[in-house]
Design a protein around this ligand. Structure first.
Ligand code: TRP
Length: 335
């Protein structure tokens, strides 16, 4: 990997599902051993749409607990809550002034999200500027994100370039870091759509969900009529194989996938067998994560971990913001 410092953000709202886990969180946990890693729970982004204050505070802590349980080690990774480092918003203002209105108007995520809101806030429109600030504040050169964030990242690079050419070299241009397996898990009940918590309970498997409920969801996953040699694999079955393959990467049971694939080719695969395998392999990953989460909750130490994460983040952020302020000519204290 050719990057030296990676930064990624995750919204605190919503349950962590296996799509997030295989698509992002597991890669972050692997990466933290090789490269300086910063993971931010983006609560300032969360308020771009209507959210209850109590829900938000609880969600930020819950997301941090989930991430640590999933293997983000707060000793290795700088893990913190965005609003604990207020420089994010200060840099965001400055960067907003080198962001083109036209560029922001072309953001597809804004178009999608604003259609779903009765009240469309200016914050929702400038969301990508804050995202650029998140990344650039730490001079990060790599951003591990999924496909859906590529456009935002492209804008972050344009913003960095415009700042640098106007005020002088400060920001590296952040590159997307895509996992070798661009894991894209589909909904269990509608395999044509990406797994997402917003489409409803039956569509996703939550990492912290009770075992019985996971079993039920996997068992009722959409497949096809099956049992016909050489027939084309339907999206639902392909998705189950994808989940299985991603799971055995951690459990090491690769032989199982080969066996089931061979059965499929021969037209002898009972989907109930495939589903049982998916369930077992998933649970082999999920069980220890859930146990770790319970320990973390009982110990009550996550808040302290977040505070020390914020301090480490602050140390980097305050240097960058001081340089940015001075390059732009802000304030009365010249240095
Ligand atoms: N917009 C990202 C998402 O919805 C979250 C995010 C905020 C982010 N700031 C970031 C991702 C900085 C990467 C880098 O998933």
């Amino acid at each position: 990997m050719m990057v030296t410092r990676v930064f990624s953000g995750i919204q605190p709202t919503g349950t962590l599902h296996i799509g997030n886990y295989f698509g992002a969180v597991r890669n972050w946990a692997t990466m933290q051993d090789d490269v300086e890693s910063i993971i931010c729970i983006v609560d300032y982004h969360a308020i771009t749409i209507d959210i209850d204050p109590k829900t938000l505070r609880h969600a930020s802590l819950a997301m941090a607990t989930d991430l640590i349980a999933c293997g983000i080690d707060p000793e290795k990774t700088i893990l913190f809550v965005q609003s604990d480092v207020p420089a994010h918003t200060e840099l965001s203002w400055i960067l907003g002034c080198v962001t083109s209105f036209g560029d922001l108007s072309r953001m597809t995520q804004f178009k999608d999200k604003s259609e779903k809101q009765a009240f469309v806030s200016a914050g929702l429109f400038t969301y990508p500027v804050l995202q650029a600030a998140d990344i650039l504040l730490y001079l990060a050169d790599g951003v591990p994100v999924g496909e859906d964030q590529v456009q935002h990242l492209e804008l972050s690079r344009r913003i960095a370039r415009r700042f640098n050419s106007r005020f002088g070299e400060l920001f590296p241009e952040p590159k997307p870091v895509v996992g070798e397996k661009g894991a894209r898990i589909m909904s269990l009940s509608d395999p044509g759509a990406k797994m997402s918590k917003s489409t409803g309970e039956s569509h996703y498997v939550g990492v912290m969900e009770p075992e019985a409920s996971i079993r039920k969801k996997v068992r009722s996953a959409v497949t096809d009529m099956g049992l016909e040699a050489g027939h084309e694999m339907s999206p639902g079955v392909a998705n189950l194989f994808e989940v299985l393959e991603l799971s055995v990467e951690s459990t090491g049971e690769t032989g199982l996938v080969e066996e089931l694939r061979a059965d499929f080719e021969n037209g002898t695969l009972m989907y109930s067998k495939l589903k049982d395998a998916v369930f077992e392999q998933l649970m082999a990953i999920i069980r220890p994560i859930q146990e770790h989460r319970a320990q973390l909750e009982a110990s009550g130490e996550v808040l302290d971990m977040l505070h020390s994460g914020a301090q480490r983040a602050q140390a980097i952020a305050s240097e960058t913001i001081a340089r940015a302020r001075s390059m732009v000519g802000l304030g009365t204290r010249a240095d």
